[in-house]
Write a protein that binds this ligand. Structure first.
Ligand SMILES: Nc1ncnc2c1ncn2[C@@H]1O[C@H](COP(=O)(O)OP(=O)(O)OP(=O)(O)O)[C@@H](O)[C@H]1O
Length: 224
């Protein structure tokens, strides 16, 4: 599903020194790979590079056979809407939209029929254990529930690749485990591929593989 070759990134002003160089990654459909590494190693930056949100200094990114590294901003934007799902530490649920509308948002952006989008959003909410909460406002939900809304939103349009950056970082251990169950279960069921950036040993241990980001690239690792 995703093939990354010799991906390099440096931030200008850092004396040309690479944040990471030589990132190689093969991610199959239905596979979840955890990425661990020290704070500042560049894990979030790597996800941003793979989503076209940060320019790279070299290398190749292929998604389902399509080379992405030369795409312009408009093409990246269209590709993200159609093929990517994102889950962030801070949920990023829009407070002025109800729960169902938050989940339907990616389908609206793809010009889906409004009724079909609403039906798909309600179905996804059931899938993440929030059936019947579509009319609720985000302010009425707990952190764990908000992250389930974010998971439903990340998957409602059937993305090929899910990028999850510390998705349980704001949750207590009990809620984190339950949210991770939902995330992994739904991603695997959907046949999407997922990269899961985490500092949590428990979270990393639940992935199919764990890779550590170093200055030289990604190396096989144990859960931290
Ligand atoms: N836009 C930017 N310009 C310059 N430097 C940046 C920029 N974005 C990130 N950095 C630097 O790049 C390094 C990697 O940051 P990044 O957030 O990717 O690390 P991380 O591994 O995700 O860290 P953490 O585990 O703490 O979230 C940091 O030193 C950061 O300060």
């Amino acid at each position: 599903m995703l093939q990354v070759r010799a991906l390099r990134k440096a931030f200008h002003g850092s004396a040309g020194q690479a944040l990471f160089g030589g990132v190689e990654l093969d991610l199959a459909a239905g596979e979840c790979v955890a990425i661990v590494g020290e704070s500042g190693a560049g894990k979030s930056t790597l996800l941003n590079c793979l989503a076209g949100l940060e320019p790279v200094d070299g290398g190749s990114i292929r998604l389902a056979g399509q080379e992405l590294s030369g795409l312009d901003d408009d093409a990246w934007c269209a590709l993200r809407r159609r093929r990517y799902g994102f889950v962030f530490q801070a949920f990023h649920i829009l407070p002025h939209l109800n729960v169902a509308h938050n989940v339907a948002l990616p389908l609206w952006l793809l010009d889906a029929d409004e009724r079909a989008a609403h039906g798909a959003a309600l179905h996804m909410l059931e899938q993440v254990g929030l059936g019947g909460r579509g009319e609720a406002w985000p302010a009425q939900l707990s952190g764990g529930e908000l992250q389930r809304v974010a998971i439903a939103r990340a998957l409602v349009h059937g993305p090929a690749l899910v990028l999850a950056d510390e998705p349980t970082g704001n949750l207590d251990p009990a809620r984190a485990g339950a949210v991770l169950d939902v995330l992994l279960g739904r991603v695997r069921e959907a046949g999407a591929a997922m990269l899961l950036v985490t500092h949590s040993a428990n979270a990393a241990a639940r992935a199919d593989r764990v890779l550590r980001l170093t200055g030289d690239g990604l190396v096989a690792a144990e859960a931290p």
